[in-house]
Design a binder for this molecule. Structure first.
Ligand code: HEM
Length: 458
């Protein structure tokens, strides 16, 4: 790839950038994100600039030191919400993803109790049960894509975690409306941003907005009905939000609760489902890891709980290794609010500092044999938060990280205990963009074989 030459590391000098037009760079980034990052790093070095069409200059950092400077830097200087602006028409202006400064801090504090250790562990049996129910539906000996099933698991879980266990008619309508929005091609972020700018409004857009309005109305109905109930007896996220009080003793506004509920529904299942699809791919393509993980799961005996599955240190290492090699969000972004130096370069206001999770996870001096799927590395040592960061970092670190890890362990552990899968179709999967995440091509095609080791059917 041709390169614009580096003119020396000094103030006001941008790092090298590929000699491609802004449109070409954006196309590469959209269509082959992992490969493009790798190529740029190989030809330009660990720090380089990309010019994203309609977004501006992003400086990609992959050294742990530079990443630490960005994520540990002053949140008033490094804004995360600005880059998420395209999500506003979908999630609303109060979404945690879009807030900055004091409002972000307040909102995050109100949401945090929903993701404490005790709360997350209380979901163990739910995760275990839902996974069992869904994998039992899989037919034998016929190839199928596993990602949609993982989406189904993650979707049912997040709906129940947010609203509680009742299967009311409205809850079903709400699930359907949410699925319709997610499945709509207009939810593709690139399109969404164009449409949000009002550039190409049309009948299809009006229909999409109609779906969003229906979803919104159903969420408001849930909130309004629940306001009249006693929340103490309930363990769901909506109850936590309705009970939450800020430092001045003020409750969250109805609109704030609505936007956060929608944010958690959207963020809470898409990334996890994609990471699970990668996880199944890695497990099925690594016979030794698969054998060890399965042995450990079967050793738990016939009647084991989701909580017991999640205690397996090896499974935890497996999940970390999945998130290391195929981070579903490969790059995070912080828009610089005033001139600041990072990794020896001076970034001007408006430029975007982009820690590249994908590249950080492939540094040979941090991870021995970085291309190898080798969970044992996480048993032998721990990594610093700016070396291994699948959930980002600093004050914007993923609020659902603990839940996601717990969910991934129990879903994968339950599958290892209950079904015999083999990869089908393409052996080497390609990373493809799916909404905000990078997913395995074909949704990871598998076949269920008959010889199941342990069946936990009642
Ligand atoms: C494997 C699954 C997941 C991955 C890999 C993932 C990854 C990430 C990443 C990289 C960020 C950006 C962090 C940053 O900018 O520093 C993020 C933010 C966020 N995630 Fe996750 N996530 C996952 C699951 C979840 C779940 C289960 C939830 C909620 C139920 C969730 C809710 C959020 C929210 C609300 C934010 C915004 C936080 C803020 O701006 O303060 N995520 N996630």
């Amino acid at each position: 790839m041709p390169v614009i030459p580096r003119s020396g590391v000094c103030a006001m000098t941008l790092p090298p950038r590929p000699e491609l037009s802004s449109a070409q760079q954006t196309l590469q980034w959209m269509t082959r994100p992992y490969g493009f990052l790798e190529e740029c790093a190989a030809t330009l070095g660990e720090t380089f600039a990309l010019d994203f069409r309609g977004y501006g200059v992003g400086v990609i950092f992959s050294s742990p030191e530079a990443i630490q400077e960005v994520l540990g830097g002053d949140p008033e200087v490094f804004w995360a919400g600005a880059g998420n602006g395209i999500l506003k028409p979908f999630l609303g202006e109060n979404s945690l993803l879009l807030l900055e400064g004091e409002r972000h801090r307040r909102e995050r504090k109100l949401l945090m109790p929903s993701f404490g250790r005790g709360r997350v562990q209380a979901y163990g049996e739910l995760i275990h049960r839902v996974t069992q129910e869904i994998c039992r539906e899989w037919a034998f000996d016929a190839p199928f894509a596993v990602r949609p099933s993982m989406q189904k698991v993650a979707f049912r879980l997040i709906i129940e975690m947010v609203f509680g266990p009742e299967r009311t008619e409205r809850r079903q309508r709400l699930s359907r409306a949410f699925a319709a929005v997610l499945d709509d091609e207009l939810f593709n972020l690139a399109l969404l941003s164009q449409r949000a700018g009002g550039e190409a409004a049309g009948a299809r857009w009006a229909q999409f907005v109609g779906q969003l309005d229906e979803l919104s109305a159903l969420i408001y109905e849930e909130i309004d009905e629940r306001r009249t109930e006693d929340q103490q007896a309930r363990g769901d996220i909506l109850a936590v939000l309705l009970e939450a009080r800020d430092e001045e003793g003020q409750p969250m506004l109805r609109e704030e609760i609505h936007d956060e509920v929608l944010t958690l529904m959207a963020t809470g299942h898409e990334s996890t489902a994609t990471a699970l699809a990668w996880g199944i791919y890695w497990l099925l393509s690594s016979p030794q890891v698969y054998a060890r993980a399965r042995r450990e799961m079967l050793a738990l005996g016939e009647a084991c709980t989701g909580g017991q599955i999640a205690q397996s240190a090896y499974l935890e290492a497996v999940v970390k290794e999945i998130l290391r090699l195929t981070p579903v969000i490969p790059v995070i972004a912080r828009q610089v609010q005033r001139e600041v130096k990072v990794g020896g370069y001076t970034l001007e206001p408006g430029m975007v500092a982009m820690p590249a999770i994908y590249l950080a996870h492939r540094r040979a001096e941090v991870f021995e044999e970085p291309e190898r799927f080798w969970p044992e590395r996480f048993l032998d040592r721990t990594y610093r938060s700016h070396q291994f960061l699948p959930f980002g970092g600093g004050v914007r670190r993923c609020i659902g990280a603990r839940l996601a890890m717990y969910e991934m362990k129990i879903v994968l552990g339950t599958l290892l205990r209950n079904v015999d899968l083999e990869l089908a179709g393409e052996r080497a999967l390609r990373p493809v963009r799916r909404l905000v995440t990078i997913a395995p091509s074909g949704g990871t095609q598998v076949v269920r074989r008959r010889e199941s080791a342990l069946c936990e059917s009642p």
